[in-house]
Design a protein around this ligand. Structure first.
Ligand code: SAM
Ligand code: DTB
Ligand code: SF4
Length: 341
């Protein structure tokens, strides 16, 4: 076994997560919800040309392969988070935590949204470093959602765990997407986060779904997980009662001070394989090439698009870490003969 690869057999077995029984798989869509980890693992092990062929075939059945959906992120409440996610620079558990800020004012957020729209973004995503939102903060976020909608942009928020009433409140405000990631496989999850369970994540996703909000849910590659874990994450996402409309695949940004600051770098080709597996198993979903692009070559990003990624985070900052400049992204999209949507 190569250095840095964790032996799953050596880990304690974890409880299989259960899905909300009220949400029956939608068979009418023709999409599969019964992908097994072994099947996804086999896909990821295909010769690269065959994997790319299957991914492109799946992509073209649902999308124009020239289109790249453009979302801009803003951290509306940074740092001081009570959770212990090993990858995250916003956890208060870090030895040298970043400075925590208060929730931004609505006007300041809308000024950023206007600038993002002018730069070419169609969706504005607002992130808060919370375990879950407090009611009075949720009201402020609802005002932000209403303001973003009034600009003619799609809205997305990621605020941590939600209950049914909170999800309903966001829906009433007009929220289009809620981002809440599974992050990794159920088996590896305990190595990364101890303050929130996998089942709690699935419960939040079920509340978002039942409220009628589109689901944005994906994970991170490069946290020391095995290829089996990567396949298990994709199989778990594809086994949700409805596929997330948006599937962000993040390459770990190794931030100083975090527990994963010294994680081994991901082989870009292996990363492309995960993108392709997401595309093949969730063919009607937008697959977002998310965090980690700043450290990627244009050629790696081009391979991700060929593997079926059709969305990016756009703008010079993600939440707290750098992202490629808008000029670099627009140059790349133009160079590939693709188009922002
Ligand atoms: N606090 C909320 C939560 O975790 O539910 C929302 C914000 S949180 C920063 C959103 C997602 O960003 C995480 O679930 C994780 O997948 C991703 N993320 C955070 N830090 C990252 C990093 N260093 N590299 C890659 N992805 C990261
Ligand atoms: C997602 O999957 N990736 C975004 C978004 N959803 C909220 C966040 C990436 C954060 C990267 C680290 C940072 O900038 O703090
Ligand atoms: Fe908090 Fe979200 Fe970061 Fe976890 S990922 S520490 S919940 S901000």
């Amino acid at each position: 076994m190569p250095d840095g690869v964790v032996d799953r057999a050596a880990r304690a077995p974890s409880r299989a997560p259960s899905l909300a029984p009220s949400l029956a798989p939608s068979l009418a869509s023709g999409l599969r919800h019964d992908w097994t980890e072994a099947e996804v693992r086999a896909l990821m092990g295909l010769p690269f040309p065959e994997l790319m062929f299957q991914a492109q075939t799946a992509h073209r059945t649902h999308f124009d392969p020239r289109d790249v959906q453009i979302s801009t992120l803003l951290s509306i409440k940074t740092g001081g988070c009570p959770e212990d996610c090993a990858y995250c620079p916003q956890s208060a558990a870090l030895e040298a935590p970043i400075k925590a800020t208060r929730l931004m004012a609505v006007d300041a957020v809308l000024a950023e949204a206007r600038a993002a729209k002018a730069a070419g973004a169609s969706r504005f995503c607002m992130g808060a470093a919370w375990r879950s939102p407090k009611d009075h903060d949720l009201e402020t976020v609802c005002a932000m959602v209403e303001g973003v909608k009034a600009l003619g942009m799609e809205s997305c928020v990621t605020l941590g765990m939600l209950d049914a009433a909170q999800a309903g409140r966001l829906r009433t405000a007009g929220l289009d997407y809620y981002n809440h990631n599974l992050d990794t496989s159920p088996e590896f999850y305990g190595e990364i986060i101890t303050t929130r369970t996998y089942q709690e994540r699935l419960d939040t996703l079920a509340c978002v779904r039942e409220a009628g909000i589109n689901v944005c849910c994906g994970g991170i590659v490069g946290m020391g997980e095995t290829i089996d874990d990567q396949a298990s994450l994709i199989a778990t996402l594809a086994a949700l009662p409805r596929h997330p409309e948006s599937v962000p695949i993040n390459m770990l940004v190794r931030v100083a001070n975090t527990r994963l600051a010294a994680a081994e770098a991901v082989d870009p080709i292996d990363f492309v394989r995960v993108i392709a597996a997401a595309r093949i198993t969730m063919p009607a979903s937008h697959v977002r090439l998310s965090a980690g692009r700043e450290g990627m070559s244009d050629e790696t990003q081009a391979l991700c698009f060929l593997a079926g990624a059709n969305s990016i985070f756009y703008g010079e900052k993600l939440l707290t870490t750098p992202n490629p400049s808008e000029n670099r992204d627009m140059r790349l999209i133009a160079r590939l003969g693709m188009r922002p949507v």
